[in-house]
Design a protein around this ligand. Structure first.
Ligand code: R5P
Length: 293
């Protein structure tokens, strides 16, 4: 699908501008008014072309999901016949199993909801652990999952040419392996056990860490505690330095302060989520994928 127009919200404007330039399409805003009771009024351009791309990442997802549930059908009413959702960060992907009876499998329900309002979706490094592809949870929607691991690995290899890429858990193997392969870097993964939102324990892999310049690499950092525990273990094992590279920099609350406090040197991320640590642009990756849809 070659979109004729990109729609975006103000909080993602820098990425929207980069993407519109890369796609060579016009960019127009969706504006919002929040009523005193919290409800939203969204305003789209009054006449839309047939093929429209809508940029809406889902960091801090709940309000943004409502924006999507309103703006996607509104775009169709205003003329869009094909609607592509460009969702650099796709939230709710980590709740992919009922860990106790009655627990909702949010991954399935949120992905299913989106599949009903758009025709196609492009996203980056969604947390697909127990399913192989988004098609399993997005029936009837052309979903494309990209990875920023190669681009992040490129950034890392420029700054730390002899880095040991370390994933904090087994799920991160896909990203460290891809980045390692693309840039000739060693890689390994730790073993993680989560006890609570902010409690995790990490066991280092059986590879030499002492003297190595370690770069911890993951898809998403939320509370940052996974990275803090992994960094602390590496430094205790004699790592020469520990840096961090993540695709999605959520870094809620005091996450960054905790990372700095435990001895992490640099923190790098992509601009899939707007954040002060963003150094790797994702617009080229998104534009290539959209052009080839
Ligand atoms: C889950 O396995 C993800 O890949 C991340 O490791 C996790 O979401 C990070 O969460 P937090 O930063 O809260 O430890």
């Amino acid at each position: 699908m070659t979109p004729q127009l990109l729609l975006a919200f103000d909080d993602e404007w820098p990425l929207a501008e980069a993407l519109a330039t890369a796609l060579a399409v016009p960019l127009k805003p969706i504006t919002r008014h929040r009523f005193p009771d919290g409800e939203l009024k969204l305003t789209l351009p009054p006449a839309l072309p047939e093929r429209v791309a809508l940029l809406r990442g889902l960091h801090q997802p709940n309000d943004k999901l409502v924006e999507l549930l309103i703006s996607a059908p509104a775009a169709r009413e205003l003329g869009a016949r094909e609607l592509l959702l460009v969702c650099p960060y796709l939230a709710y992907m980590r709740q992919d199993i009922a860990f106790s009876p009655g627990e909702a499998v949010s991954q399935r329900h949120i992905a299913g909801l989106l599949a009903r309002v758009v025709d196609a979706l492009v996203t980056i490094d969604p947390h697909l652990h127990r399913i192989a592809s988004l098609d399993e949870v997005m029936p009837g929607c052309r979903a494309r999952a990209l990875t920023a691991a190669g681009a992040l690995g490129g950034w890392v290899s420029q700054r730390v040419p002899d880095a040991l890429l370390l994933g904090p858990d087994e799920e991160a193997l896909q990203w460290v392996a891809e980045a390692g392969r693309a840039h000739g870097l060693d890689h390994a993964v730790c073993h993680k056990q989560r006890q609570g939102d902010r409690q995790v324990t990490i066991a280092l892999p059986a590879v030499p860490i002492a003297g190595r310049r370690v770069v911890l690499m993951d898809d998403v950092a939320s509370t940052g505690r996974t990275l803090v525990e992994a960094a602390t273990a590496c430094l205790q094992a004699g790592a020469a330095s520990v840096d961090v590279a993540v695709t999605h920099a959520l870094f809620v609350g005091d996450a960054l302060a905790h990372l700095r406090g435990c001895g992490v040197r640099e923190v790098w991320s992509t601009d899939a989520v707007p954040h002060a640590t963003a150094v790797v642009p994702v617009a080229p990756l998104l534009a290539d994928a959209i052009a080839s849809l």
